[in-house]
Ligand binder design. Structure first.
Ligand SMILES: Nc1ncnc2c1ncn2[C@@H]1O[C@H](COP(=O)(O)OP(=O)(O)OP(=O)(O)O)[C@@H](O)[C@H]1O
Length: 308
């Protein structure tokens, strides 16, 4: 099922010649869709247009079948939105704020209180829900922002840089939450990040934007598919160059990949290659850490396609 569709969607701010979004045509389905791009790539602009908060200069889009130009209110009723920047009133308790947001979205008082307590528990703020949000850490603020996006049982959520400003542990927790929303709760998620590696891990589909242009829109597996190459890691003095020389002497071509050796198995069938590497490591007295198929990474795709 398509939840978001854009067709040659273009946005120029204030008659600017440079388009913040340039002829973007994408289809977003269920599950988690990651929108990746450097700062200024157009991620927030896209989300605001999809919510009907900002008008496109040209082009069309629908969200859950609603036209962004004429049905913004219906879209905002059905969609949960977590904005990028801090939008939490510091002198409010999280519970009151989330209840309030539930009421604004049309929930009756008792349902709003019940849902607010539920979503705050889901995002890990059960204990802290009676504290004023002004005293929250960045991680807790991001969770509260996520809770308000979920309180009215949305049919789709749009999360703008939910891991922004988080330390590595809080980042992992947030990514796990986003994944749960998309997979366990079954709510389609559109999530943005400028960090490619993190979206690769939680998204079913990835849209790559560069300066308003679409670079790619594909299933994550297409980005991370087996490259057909084999990675070898050996330990010991001059391990990489000594193993490399020995491989070359056997007619096996390789190239360095960081500290690892990347081998194109066209030169030897995979099983034979394993034996060769194992024997050479033993002969050279090197520790063989791993021999494994190499998979692509989103970061590589981005590096290949975006000129430096
Ligand atoms: N209100 C505005 N007026 C003029 N230009 C804007 C406005 N908002 C965004 N832009 C410009 O549009 C482009 C896209 O910005 P946008 O905020 O959508 O990117 P982003 O990918 O979300 O980046 P970030 O993560 O830094 O917010 C940038 O060049 C930005 O400077």
């Amino acid at each position: 099922m398509t939840v978001i569709q854009t067709r040659v969607l273009t946005k120029r701010y204030g008659g600017s010649k440079v388009a913040a979004l340039d002829s973007l045509s994408i289809d977003v389905g269920e599950g988690v869709t990651g929108v990746v791009g450097a700062n200024g790539a157009g991620k927030s602009t896209l989300i605001k247009i999809l919510l009907g908060l900002l008008s496109p200069t040209s082009g069309d889009a629908t969200v859950l079948g609603h036209d962004i130009r004429t049905e913004g209110e219906a879209i905002r009723t059905a969609v949960g939105y977590m904005p990028e920047h801090d939008c939490l009133p510091p002198d409010m308790r999280a519970i009151d704020f989330v209840v309030h947001m539930g009421r604004v979205s049309g929930l009756p008082p008792a349902a709003a209180r019940e849902r607010a307590a539920d979503v705050l528990r889901h995002v890990g703020l059960a204990e802290e829900r009676y504290r004023l949000m002004g005293g929250y850490s960045t991680g807790m603020k991001q969770r509260a922002k996520l809770a308000q996006a979920l309180v009215h049982d949305p049919r789709l959520v749009m999360l703008d840089e939910p891991t922004n400003g988080l330390d590595p542990a809080a980042r992992e927790d947030m990514l796990a939450l986003v994944r749960r929303i998309g997979h366990d709760f079954g709510i389609p998620v559109l999530v943005t990040s400028h960090l490619l590696g993190e979206l690769e891990r939680i998204s079913d589909h990835v849209v790559v934007l560069d300066a308003g242009h679409l670079l790619r829109s594909e299933a994550t597996t297409a980005f991370t598919a087996d490259t057909g190459h084999v990675l070898v890691e050996v330990l010991g003095e001059d391990a990489q160059s000594r193993m490399g020389q020995a491989l070359a002497a056997r007619g096996v071509a390789w190239q360095p990949r960081g500290q690892l050796l990347e081998i194109d198995p066209a030169d030897a069938p995979p099983d034979a290659l394993r034996d060769i590497v194992r024997d050479l490591a033993a002969e050279l007295g090197l520790g063989l850490v791993r021999i494994q198929p190499q998979t692509g990474r989103l970061e590589d795709v981005f590096r290949e396609e975006v000129p430096a």
